[in-house]
Ligand binder design. Structure first.
Ligand code: COA
Ligand code: MG
Length: 288
């Protein structure tokens, strides 16, 4: 499993030069350079060219770089793969994944070229069939993560947007469970109302509480909230340290259980505590 933070995963349309340039200085843990739905049909070819040149000339630092291609069944998908071979992002984000066979087909194409020998695959989870096949997709070759495509999912489910996302909750959790079982990352869908900070914060908190690693974002104004919500808080870091200290002391006394703040602390809690401290360290290293 990738231990880098994926708190904030920013989509940038591959056709928007200013946005592409701006992102070299933005606080995003990862960037999705989009050739799919954020790029108009007339702009598909120019976006490919712009993105190739941009990734060869600009430095996005430690940010994880993903390129979302068009589905291989579209007329653009195969040409998009040329961008991958030249621009060398660490991963392709494959949209509209319904079956593991679609991922396997892409993996075979990547296998065939030395330039893409190391390229990982992330899968959009954005169709009812994809959600039902999530386990097979999560364990398909090269798969490193899932991105929830909540707008497409809601469309195909015929469900309504509600602040509590109850109509989508099973469709969020099935891929999440599959991702955890496979040891891959899972990033929540976008929050469309990019000027509504309170709504974004509450949806980030829900995604975090469910177990997502981060949130996909559409606008730079959303970065700070996602980065904050998906990072361990000071209180969580403090508790994790105290749990480890108390557990070490208990172990030294020959006991297997400690008590902190009136709650038992067992070995399994120490695993979580160490993960929290590891995540906090990884985030601190990003900003150093
Ligand atoms: N990534 C990087 N920079 C972005 C950005 C993004 N996703 N969205 C906007 N910016 C930049 C703009 O280029 C602008 O920079 P500038 O001040 O240097 O010109 C600045 O942020 C302010 O942008 P703003 O005017 O507030 O936004 P807008 O009205 O031009 O665009 C959206 C709003 C939603 C259309 C735009 O943010 C966008 O295209 N988002 C991505 C959509 C997407 O990728 N969808 C696919 C997945 S759902
Ligand atoms: Mg989609």
């Amino acid at each position: 499993m990738d231990t880098r933070p994926f708190r904030s995963v920013l989509y940038i349309p591959g056709s928007k030069e200013r946005a592409l340039a701006k992102a070299t200085g933005l606080n995003a843990d990862a960037i999705i350079f989009d050739l799919e739905d954020a790029v108009a049909i007339d702009e598909k070819a120019s976006a490919r060219k712009l993105l190739t040149e941009t990734l060869q000339s600009l430095d996005y630092g430690s940010r994880a770089k993903l390129i979302r291609i068009n589905a291989l069944t579209t007329e653009w998908g195969t040409a998009d793969l040329e961008v991958i071979a030249t621009a060398r992002p660490e991963a392709i984000l494959l949209p509209k994944v319904d079956t593991a066979a679609q991922v396997e087909a892409l993996a075979r194409l990547l296998d065939a070229r030395p330039e893409t020998a190391e390229t990982r695959i992330w899968a959009m989870m954005e169709s009812p069939l994809g959600v039902l096949n999530a386990h097979a997709i999560a364990t398909a070759p090269r798969v490193a993560g899932f991105i929830m495509g909540t707008n497409d999912l809601a469309k195909d489910m015929g469900c309504r947007f509600r602040p509590d996302r109850l109509p989508l909750i099973t469709a969020l959790q099935l891929p999440l469970i599959a991702a955890k079982a496979a040891g891959i990352l899972a990033v929540d869908g976008v929050y469309n109302a990019f000027k509504d900070d309170d709504g974004l914060r509450s949806e980030c908190e829900q995604g975090r509480d469910l177990g997502f690693d981060g949130k996909t974002l559409i606008h730079p104004a959303q970065l700070a909230i996602a980065n904050e919500v998906f990072a361990p808080s000071e209180a969580e870091i403090d508790l994790a340290r105290r749990q480890i200290a108390a557990f070490d002391a208990a172990t030294a006394r020959g006991e297997g259980v400690a008590v902190v703040d009136g709650k038992i602390v067992e070995n399994l809690h120490i695993v979580t505590a160490r993960q929290i401290l590891g995540k906090a360290r990884a985030i601190a290293e990003l900003t150093e």
